[in-house]
Design a protein around this ligand. Structure first.
Ligand code: NAD
Length: 471
């Protein structure tokens, strides 16, 4: 049983002023594995004050000083790679292989930010004008539970590269993972007050960060509903905001796709992180001419996506994070059936043998129309909707017929054609033929998927303000 009673403020672990205690539950079996004492507004204000004091000097740091800190953060986090992965598997139910990938991406974010920082010209002058890119101030970083360690590392790396000091409000469902990470950062010999972490509820700690006038910027990863609140409430203190929100990403399978590769690719994109992924490709658009083959191929390929113990390397789909999330997935599966979609694989209830914990059946719906609820709303679980189309233009129209625009994929053999289709998708990222990644490429959404970008120079620029000095 793990007990966490402290926050990280001004370079030290300090007892929580907030007294509310929350159970930490293991999603694979529903057992209580720990308790965390939640912070309150007073803890948050103390953390903001520490970050504000530290900003007076860190805000004037040089590129080289920031680069050194980023390298130390990378080293410190790397030393806890195994512990972090294990915590993500136990506390969140992340399947071990994917959890390792997420943690590695987070750790590498520090080096990627260092590289991007070296490439950003922070000073630009011409004639008698000098423009410098200045850190925006104290940043509040608020994360979701589905890749909490990655979000913390990514946001912290960009903020530090820009010269900002931070107060992190991790997901309250990720307290153990956050603790491992903060213990690691504590070894990185950071200037006091640069990094502060207060674990607590969104409407308490998160809301204080959003309304506090000493916080200049909020970088948030989470739901559209909370993103809207942050934008509205942050306006009162003119907060700069980066919002990384939801998605309902299309995977367009073109009629020349090699199904032997395209079908597993489409399933990986739909089921990665047990379907609890903002970028999950949950709408698979299939040409009418190949629908029969694709249905059979999906049914066959699903045997490779085993549900099971997230700690088992053979498992592809683990439990959902919580009972609430389990019920949310069930209600969407029911809704899909009620609205006339046909279950090809999966369906309601627990998979056989996994009645304990928050396991759901990975589910594929066919005969889905794009205006059905399951094709429009983000489910955030392993539920894939197959939608048929009759022409390339129709596929593009359906792909863009969504309030979201975070991510998309195009699967096809003729790369020129795949690129032409990709260039017409209204989404922040479009991948061709596999779940490609590049730590310098921007990440973020069009439309309701949010505002602003993370990763690389785009992520750092989100924490900078230009100042012009003219003589
Ligand atoms: P959520 O919006 O419920 O919570 C996210 C964070 O916001 C948590 O730390 C929560 O405590 C905090 N919060 C809640 N209310 C708040 C308030 N009033 N003020 C400030 N903070 C508040 O989201 P979730 O359930 O943790 O995560 C799932 C959502 O995150 C999905 O919609 C998913 O698509 C999205 N997501 C987006 C990305 C991306 O990069 N675009 C990545 C992962 C997840």
């Amino acid at each position: 049983m793990k007990t966490i009673t402290t926050h990280y403020i001004d370079g030290a672990f300090v007892e929580s002023h907030g007294r509310e205690v929350m159970d930490i539950i293991k999603p694979a079996n529903g057992q209580v594995i720990g308790r965390v004492t939640l912070g309150d507004e007073e803890d948050t204000r103390r953390a903001i004050a520490a970050a504000n004091t530290a900003f007076a000097s860190f805000g004037r740091s040089t590129k080289e000083e920031r680069a050194k800190i980023l390298r130390r953060l990378h080293q410190a986090a790397s030393a806890r790679f195994d512990d972090l992965t294990a915590a993500m598997v136990e506390e969140y139910g992340g399947v071990v292989q994917f959890a390792g990938l997420i943690v590695k991406t987070g750790i590498n974010a520090f080096l990627a930010a260092e590289q991007a920082l070296q490439e950003i010209p922070l000073i630009h002058s011409w004639g008698k004008t000098t423009v410098t890119l200045e850190p925006v101030g104290v940043a509040g970083l608020i994360t979701a539970w589905n890749a909490n360690a990655l979000f913390i590392c990514l946001k912290l790396a960009s903020a530090v590269a820009a010269g900002c000091t931070v107060v992190i409000k991790p997901s309250e469902l990720s307290s153990i993972q956050t603790r491992v990470l903060v213990e690691a950062f504590h070894q990185a010999d950071l200037p006091k007050g640069l990094l502060n972490v207060v674990t607590g509820l969104g409407n308490v700690v998160g809301a204080e960060l959003v309304r506090n006038p000493d916080v200049a910027k909020i970088s948030f990863t989470g739901s559209v509903a909370v993103g809207e609140t942050i934008m509205r409430d942050g306006a009162k203190t003119m907060k700069r905001v980066t919002l990384e929100l939801g998605g309902k990403s299309p995977t367009i399978m073109l009629d020349d796709a090699a199904l032997g590769q395209a079908i597993p690719s489409a399933l990986i994109m739909a089921l990665m992180n047990s379907g609890q992924a903002c970028a999950a490709g949950t709408r698979l658009l299939v040409p009418d001419s190949r629908l029969v083959e694709v249905k059979q191929g999906l049914r066959d390929a699903m045997h490779a996506f085993a549900v099971g113990d997230p700690a088992d390397p053979k498992t592809a789909v683990g439990p959902m994070v919580s009972q609430k999330q389990y019920e949310r997935i069930q209600s969407y599966i029911r809704k899909g059936i009620e609205e006339g979609a046909e279950v090809l694989v999966g369906g309601e209830g627990h998979p056989e043998g996994f009645e304990m914990g928050y396991f759901v059946k990975p589910t594929i719906f066919v005969n889905v129309k794009n205006d059905m609820t399951i094709a429009q709303e983000e489910i955030f679980g392993p539920v894939l909707s197959v939608i048929a189309y009759d022409s390339e233009d129709e596929a593009i129209r359906i792909a863009n017929d969504s309030k979201y625009g975070l991510h998309a994929a195009v699967l096809g053999t003729d790369l020129r054609r795949a690129r032409r289709v990709a260039s017409q998708i209204r989404a922040g990222r479009v991948v061709i033929n596999n779940m490609a990644d590049d730590p310098q490429a921007p990440w973020g959404g069009f439309k309701y998927s949010g505002t602003g970008r993370e990763y690389g120079r785009y992520g750092i620029e989100a924490f900078l303000e230009p100042r012009a000095i003219l003589e």
